[in-house]
Write a new protein. Structure first.
Length: 301
């Protein structure tokens, strides 16, 4: 079958599977970074297509901030049980206990930025030389600069000007001692591509991606999920709202969107009509104009 007879989802899928197999062929100790969000769940599905009936040539790695959505952790554990793949969890709480990071204080404190240290420590502990992630170029301007094989130095730092050309889908996995490569197999996908693929492939997702009622607190003009991790005081507005989440991260910085979309068709219709990026629901991206790029330079995946 020629490439021209494939639909666009088939072509995206084929490219991503090719990239995953390149990782397996070029690196000694790769890992798949798993957040429990739709993009990393899609990566697991692609890995099943790339490597079954064999086991994955890499473990799944989850960096647990301790401030996760309960639904995400439950889904993660069910997925591991279903697939039988290996899961490694790095805990931000361990980094705090060991004095590796200092937990933020105050009303808008979050552990999201702290996970970079836990990730780098986990990479060093297990000597991973490649980490597969679910970032896409359409998400945010800093991610648009990334190559599919994105080099990190021995300190886990990303240098935007030190990016290799990737001509004719040729990926160079050569690294210096102590360095690693972050690999993004769905770089060329859009949010809508991911959702259409999820619908086509009938991929299960955590329930919070769909409309539900939840207590929310208003922070910086956005409604975050109410949780015990947030410092609530008399100035806060807490309300029961009908929402869903377009992106999943640390509860303290992941805002909801008002939505009545209860199934995949309704979610896709909603995204098609939207004029904002899913990253618009991430409070941590609004700390500064270069917030994402700064985190990536510090080791964020």
């Amino acid at each position: 079958m020629s490439a021209y007879s494939l639909d666009y989802l088939d072509q995206l899928e084929a490219e991503s599977i090719h990239i995953m197999r390149e990782v397996a062929g070029q690196f000694e100790k790769p890992a798949l970074l798993f957040s429990g969000g739709k993009d990393s769940i899609t990566l697991v599905h692609l890995a099943l297509k790339a490597f079954r009936p064999a086991k994955f040539p890499f473990p799944l790695v989850h960096i647990d901030t301790g401030h996760n959505f309960v639904e995400t952790i439950e889904f993660r554990d069910q997925l591991i049980q279903k697939t039988g793949e290996k899961l490694i969890v790095g805990y931000v709480q361990d980094s705090i206990n060991e004095g590796r990071v200092t937990e933020q204080k105050g009303k808008n404190a979050s552990r999201n930025a702290l996970q970079s240290v836990t990730l780098l420590d986990t990479i060093e502990q297990y000597q991973f030389d490649a980490c597969i992630g679910g970032a896409r170029r359409d998400e945010e301007k800093a991610r648009a600069k990334e190559r599919i094989f994105s080099i990190r130095n021995e300190f886990g730092e990303w240098e935007p000007k030190n990016q290799r050309p990737e001509l004719w889908n040729i990926y160079n996995g050569k690294i210096n001692k102590g360095g690693n490569v972050r690999v993004f197999p769905i770089s060329n996908w859009t949010e809508l591509d991911v959702w259409n693929y999820i619908r086509r492939e009938k991929i299960d997702l955590p329930s919070i991606y769909f409309s539900h009622e939840r207590d929310c607190v208003l922070r910086q003009g956005q409604w975050l999920a109410f949780s015990d991790f947030m410092g609530i005081d008399h100035e806060d507005t807490v309300a029961r709202r009908t929402v869903r989440f377009r992106t999943i991260g640390d509860m303290t910085c992941t805002a909801s969107v008002d939505s009545d979309a209860k199934n995949l068709d309704e979610v896709i219709d909603e995204i098609t009509a939207s004029r904002s990026s899913e990253r618009g629901a991430r409070v941590d991206d609004k700390v500064s104009e270069s917030a994402m790029e700064d985190r990536k330079k510090n080791g964020y995946f």
